[in-house]
Design a protein around this ligand. Structure first.
Ligand SMILES: Nc1ncnc2c1ncn2[C@@H]1O[C@H](COP(=O)(O)OP(=O)(O)OP(=O)(O)O)[C@@H](O)[C@H]1O
Length: 245
């Protein structure tokens, strides 16, 4: 499978010196790639760099072969994302939000609106105004918007945030099905490591802005351990090494 996302030596330091430091990795078509790390590890900053919401100090991001610094529109053409909670207009319904977004994609068949609402578990509430939505419902709306144009790559920052148990199951099923059946690639960050381990093919572990390790939850399971335990031990040993470096 070819890489849909290629990240090379990506670095972004805020004025306080924090951010993302020399991060490199690839995500293949149809892959579900997870990102875990403590609060402040750099996950959101990384996702913002991948979507052009932040400009890196150095390093490159290529999506479907296009460098986002040089060919931003081509690179973003087949990308869907949900970074932090979706900005929503309270007076519009979920359906109206998607209809509005669909105007950016003139060739998109009208049936995609219903399909995306279904994939995000929002079909039953599609005609309700967003002002009455809970955080979890807004997350579902963000997911529907991210999936609307049948993207090849979907970037989701904490998509489980605010979801109830059924919402988490629905999200996992949608992600795994789209990856398997449509070859959609996903990059998702989450603090719910166990939940994440049930859907990812690989996971990057972040600490202090760096990508300090990579894990395959299935292989870990064969070795009798969990992604959670592995991530904690990787972070601890990295901290110890950093202390004596
Ligand atoms: N605009 C900003 N200005 C200065 N520092 C920032 C800014 N945004 C984030 N940071 C710092 O950069 C580091 C990485 O933050 P980031 O939000 O990317 O982490 P995160 O892994 O997404 O955390 P969380 O899991 O809490 O969402 C943190 O130390 C944070 O305080």
């Amino acid at each position: 499978m070819s890489a849909i996302l290629e990240v090379n030596h990506l670095t972004k330091r805020y004025r306080n010196g924090r951010g993302v430091e020399d991060v490199s990795f690839e995500v293949a078509e149809g892959e579900v790639f997870g990102l875990v790390g403590a609060n402040g590890a750099g996950k959101t900053t990384l996702l913002k760099l991948l979507t052009g919401l932040l400009r890196p100090d150095c390093g490159t991001v290529r999506i479907a072969g296009h460098d986002i610094a040089e060919q931003f529109e081509q690179a973003m053409e087949r990308v869907g994302c949900l970074i932090e909670t979706a900005d929503a207009c309270g007076h519009l319904t979920a359906y109206e939000h998607l209809k509005l977004a669909a105007r950016f994609y003139p060739s998109l068949p009208a049936s995609r609106i219903g399909e995306a609402l279904e994939q995000a578990g929002l079909a039953a509430r599609a005609k309700e105004r967003v002002a009455g939505f809970s955080l979890g419902m807004k997350q579902r709306l963000g997911l529907a918007l991210a999936l609307l144009a049948k993207p090849k790559l979907v970037l989701l920052d904490e998509p489980s945030n605010g979801l109830d148990v059924q919402g988490m199951i629905d999200l996992r099923q949608t992600v795994v099905r789209l990856a398997r059946e449509e070859g959609t690639a996903f990059l998702l960050s989450s603090h719910l490591i166990h939940d994440l381990s049930l859907m990812v093919t690989r996971t990057g572990i972040m600490e202090e802005g760096r990508l300090i390790g990579m894990a395959d939850p299935r292989r870990l399971e064969e070795q009798g351990t969990t992604l959670e335990a592995y991530a904690v031990s990787q972070i601890q040993s990295w901290k110890e090494e950093a202390r004596y470096a």
